[in-house]
Write a protein that binds this ligand. Structure first.
Ligand SMILES: C[S@@+](CC[C@H](N)C(=O)[O-])C[C@H]1O[C@@H](n2cnc3c(N)ncnc32)[C@H](O)[C@@H]1O
Length: 259
């Protein structure tokens, strides 16, 4: 049976439950630290650069960069819950993180206001309109200053297809069970996710769909968005253990510069 998905699923899924179901990838300090090592290896970021963490979720990459000496990070995400979390965490640590709720397709930031844009943790491919991903990358290009760069981290579509698993489940602690059923259809991976608490019963039953890209398609999309000097690294994994981490197992990391 085909998985039916509400096109607006991405507007409500990224909440406290997501921080549980994806905790192995997005709430693991060691993994975030490895990812920021990679960002720093690929981009010559210094303390004074202005960094935009686009679709930054609860701000894990911004927070790690700020802990390493970055002085100006801006986080934009659609999810009010995740933005609120990031704001509280930054205030506690007295970090200069400005948190903005908004849509990455039209951020409202001034043209040329950042040196680097991060688009980490598989944050493309959520909107049903095919052109939305291009729109997000064009917006990133617009807000960068000339010579500025973007780093994009998305699921490695080639790897996703070749190692596709229609079912997966994992436990979180003693109580939570996450079950996923998936199918591939027209360049999309669709999933139904059921989250169960052993103590309290069903926590969530939802569906979502993500467009995936082969590494060469990421490169082409960045070119269409106006970037040059695109470099693509495929098959990246920050996970040390072998398991099914949703779409976070193998990723394509691309960097590109605004002329
Ligand atoms: C898988 S999470 C990754 C978050 C973060 N980059 C990380 O690595 O932890 C994807 C994020 O993209 C955000 N997002 C997706 N499409 C968006 C859009 N058009 N505008 C703003 N945020 C968006 C979601 O709200 C979600 O927080």
């Amino acid at each position: 049976m085909s998985i039916v998905v509400d096109p607006d699923w991405w507007k409500s899924l990224f909440d406290e439950v997501y921080l549980l179901t994806d905790a192995r990838s997005v709430c693991n300090q060691e993994i975030t630290s490895l990812e920021v090592d990679l960002i720093s290896e690929l981009l010559p970021i210094n303390a004074h650069h202005r960094i935009l963490d686009l679709c930054g979720g609860h701000g894990r990459h911004s927070m790690e960069l700020l802990s390493r000496g970055a002085q100006c990070c801006v986080l934009l995400d659609y999810s009010r819950g995740l933005i609120g979390r990031a704001r509280t965490a930054a205030q506690e640590k007295k970090y200069n993180l400005s948190c903005v709720q908004g849509d990455a397709r039209w951020t409202g930031f001034s043209t040329g206001s950042f040196d680097y844009v991060l688009l980490m943790g598989n944050s493309l491919g959520y909107q049903v309109e095919h052109e939305s991903d291009l729109q997000i990358l064009m917006e990133a290009n617009r807000v960068l200053s000339p010579g500025g760069a973007i780093i994009v981290d998305v699921v490695d579509g080639a790897e996703l297809k070749s190692s596709f698993r229609p079912q997966a489940w994992h436990e979180i602690g003693e109580d939570i069970l996450v079950c996923r059923e998936r199918e591939l259809e027209d360049g999309l991976v669709k999933a139904r996710e059921i989250v169960i608490s052993k103590k309290h019963g069903q926590v969530r039953d939802c569906t979502y769909a993500i467009r995936y890209y082969k590494p060469e398609a990421v490169s082409a999309l960045l070119g269409r968005a106006g970037f040059e000097r695109v470099q693509v690294l495929s098959g990246f994994s920050s996970q040390k253990m072998k398991s099914d981490f949703g779409f976070m197992n193998y990723r394509t990391i691309a960097t590109a510069f605004k002329p």
